[in-house]
Design a protein around this ligand. Structure first.
Ligand code: HPA
Length: 270
């Protein structure tokens, strides 16, 4: 695996003339943040040695190299989900490559179901912690000490410094933000009303099918992480749950200008 990471990184490094320390993963419905990036190169995943390839409709697979918020950034337009059939090693491979390329700070966005009864469709939630309910762990198996420790800590998985920065930027921009716990499951079916209820009981505020594997692997390598969810559907009222993919995409798209503004202000302030 180390050899594959190296080959992938060497290929991408040939496009990087300057230092890049900020990485962004653009989640479902949020890929259009890309339109605000001054793109220097857009490399299809298929061209990068050993990169997995996106399969889901609405997920474009490209690595964007450019400038956003006045900083050099690498952005993944399209991510790999466990439910697509990729192994956890494949899902998290690009994070390891980003780390090798010098990325120190990782911004991740996603769409999530609102489990907290005070959350409404279209709200934004800063992820302050997560509950890992995936059936596989990206660090299971041989540990590569070159990348990180066998038993990495997951306290402060989401950087308190970046959460504080987001809250400050949100206030300045008039963007209201929740702060909560993201529960991650494998999907691809949405949850039953009983499952949404269970997630609420165990302390989840929102639920989705991504992000946690990437964050675990990034923290293993000591990258500083920030996560934000668009609440695309409310599950507070059992009779009214009707989660569907089209609505998730649509609400995700509606939230995009706010999300883009917030991330831009944050990255500018770094
Ligand atoms: N559950 C899981 N993933 C999701 C949801 C949901 O309700 N909404 C958007 N992504």
């Amino acid at each position: 695996m180390l050899e594959k990471i190296k080959k992938s990184s060497q290929f991408i490094a040939s496009f990087l003339k300057e230092e890049y320390t900020i990485g962004i993963i653009l989640g479902t419905g949020l890929g259009e943040l890309a339109s605000q990036i001054k793109i220097r190169y857009a490399i299809p995943y298929a061209d990068i040695p050993y990169f997995p390839i996106s399969t889901v409709e609405g997920h474009q697979g490209k690595l964007l190299i450019g400038e956003f918020g006045g900083k050099n950034i690498l952005a993944m337009q399209g991510r790999f989900h466990f439910y697509e059939g990729y192994s956890m090693q494949e899902v998290t491979f690009p994070i390891r490559v980003m780390h090798t390329l010098g990325i120190k700070t990782l911004f991740v966005s996603n769409a999530a179901g609102g489990v907290n009864t005070s959350y409404r469709m279209g709200d934004l939630m800063l992820i302050r912690d997560h509950i890992n309910l995936f059936p596989e762990h990206p660090l299971r198996g041989k540990n590569f000490n070159e990348l990180g420790p066998r038993f990495p800590s997951m306290t402060e998985a989401y950087s308190p410094r970046l959460i504080q920065l987001a809250e400050n930027c949100g206030k300045q921009l008039g963007i209201s933000l929740h702060k909560g716990v993201y529960a991650g499951l494998q999907g691809p079916s949405f949850e039953t009303p009983a499952e949404y209820n269970w997630i609420r009981i165990i302390g989840g505020d929102a639920v989705g099918m991504s992000t946690i594997p990437e964050i675990i692997v990034a923290r293993h390598m000591d990258m500083e992480c920030f996560g934000i969810s668009v609440i695309t559907n409310s599950t507070a009222n059992e009779e009214e749950i009707k989660t569907n993919h089209e609505e998730v995409q649509e609400v995700g798209n509606q939230a995009q200008p706010r999300m883009t503004k917030l991330l831009e202000a944050m990255i500018r302030a770094l």
